[in-house]
Design a protein around this ligand. Structure first.
Ligand SMILES: C[S@@+](CC[C@H](N)C(=O)[O-])C[C@H]1O[C@@H](n2cnc3c(N)ncnc32)[C@H](O)[C@@H]1O
Length: 308
């Protein structure tokens, strides 16, 4: 596909789904599936997903047979994401011959082996946590491609407090410090560019605490332990995007254009960087997507575990 004139975050999240489907660590996913399956039937599993985007994880967990009887609450800061999540899950139900009941921000999907209530809410997850702590608890907390956006030391205790004692967390796709584009153009220059891009992922949390989102994956081992959680399974979930014989699968060419655009946006105003060299690099990478030549890798880690 040719270089987009405009970029849509919603379309990016939709294009990301097939990349994530391939990437998710199957051992970690299997640990989650086994824990859920071993639970004695009776009440629906209460699931909370924060930063749920367009609801891709809810869709996937149902499609892959992991969620069969659940009350699923998805929270995202962006009202447009929440609206799209409701639209997509309704469409998913129609395509899979499931019965659907709709209410504002809610869907109930039922089928031969499915009883799923879905609620999507546009909210900041920390405001939501403050509101719900002491009022509600969940059996499973999901944060997918989300924790590299927050300060772990500040976020984990507040979010894990929403779980019942012994409740599970499933935290897939935590970025972990490696972004690779092939073919390599200029290794040394590009290495510096990627270092700088990773530095743009450093964020300040409460009290000015610095959180390095580019190493969230590896830092989660210690951060989860410090927050009173036990890791039961962990493993790599690298994004690997490459052109197949007929080009990039699904909408993954758009996904690649969006990633290149994100790097451009992150570095555009970075002081001391040669802007023209950056623009030339960006142009070449977009052209490689158009020509079906670009390979893109990002290193990430998945976690499943429980609070003590
Ligand atoms: C990288 S996207 C991942 C979305 C989705 N989990 C997925 O992987 O398809 C991160 C999402 O977190 C949401 N987000 C960012 N900060 C948030 C906050 N404080 N509370 C709730 N959602 C937030 C964004 O709007 C965005 O949809």
């Amino acid at each position: 596909m040719s270089r987009p004139a405009e970029y849509s975050f919603i379309r990016y999240l939709a294009a990301k789904k097939s990349v994530d489907d391939r990437a998710l660590n199957r051992r970690v996913l299997e640990a989650l599936a086994q824990a859920v399956a071993a639970r004695s039937a009776g009440t629906p599993l209460r699931v909370l997903e924060i930063g749920c985007g367009i609801g891709a994880m809810a869709e996937r967990l149902v499609k892959w047979g992991i969620l069969k009887d659940a009350d699923y609450t998805g929270i995202d800061l962006e009202p447009a994401c929440v609206a799209e999540a409701l639209r997509r899950l309704q469409r998913f139900a129609e395509l899979n011959d499931l019965a659907v009941e709709t209410e504002t921000e809610r869907l109930k999907l039922t089928g031969p082996d499915l009883n799923l209530s879905l609620t999507f809410e546009a909210a900041d997850c920390f405001a939501f946590a403050d509101r719900e702590t002491g009022r509600s608890t969940w059996d499973l907390l999901v944060a997918h491609a989300f924790l590299d956006l927050v300060d772990l030391g500040e976020a984990l205790p507040r979010l894990l407090a929403l779980l019942r004692p012994g409740g599970w967390f499933y935290f897939p796709l935590n970025f972990d410090g490696a972004t690779v584009f092939q073919p390599v153009i200029e290794p040394a220059w590009e290495g510096r560019l990627m270092d700088l891009y990773h530095q743009t992922m450093i964020r300040r949390g409460l009290g000015g605490k610095v959180s390095d989102g580019s190493t969230t994956g590896r830092r989660l081992f210690a951060a989860l332990k410090a927050a009173g959680a036990e890791v039961l399974a962990a493993g790599g979930s690298d994004w690997v995007v490459f052109p197949e014989a007929g080009g990039y699968p699904e909408d993954e060419a758009y996904f690649l254009h969006f990633i290149i655009h994100t790097i451009q946006e992150a570095l555009a105003d970075y002081p001391g960087w040669d802007r023209r060299a950056l623009e030339a690099w960006i142009d070449r990478r977009h052209a490689q997507v158009e020509a079906g030549e670009l390979v893109y890798l990002a290193h990430q880690l998945d976690f499943f575990g429980r609070v003590l």
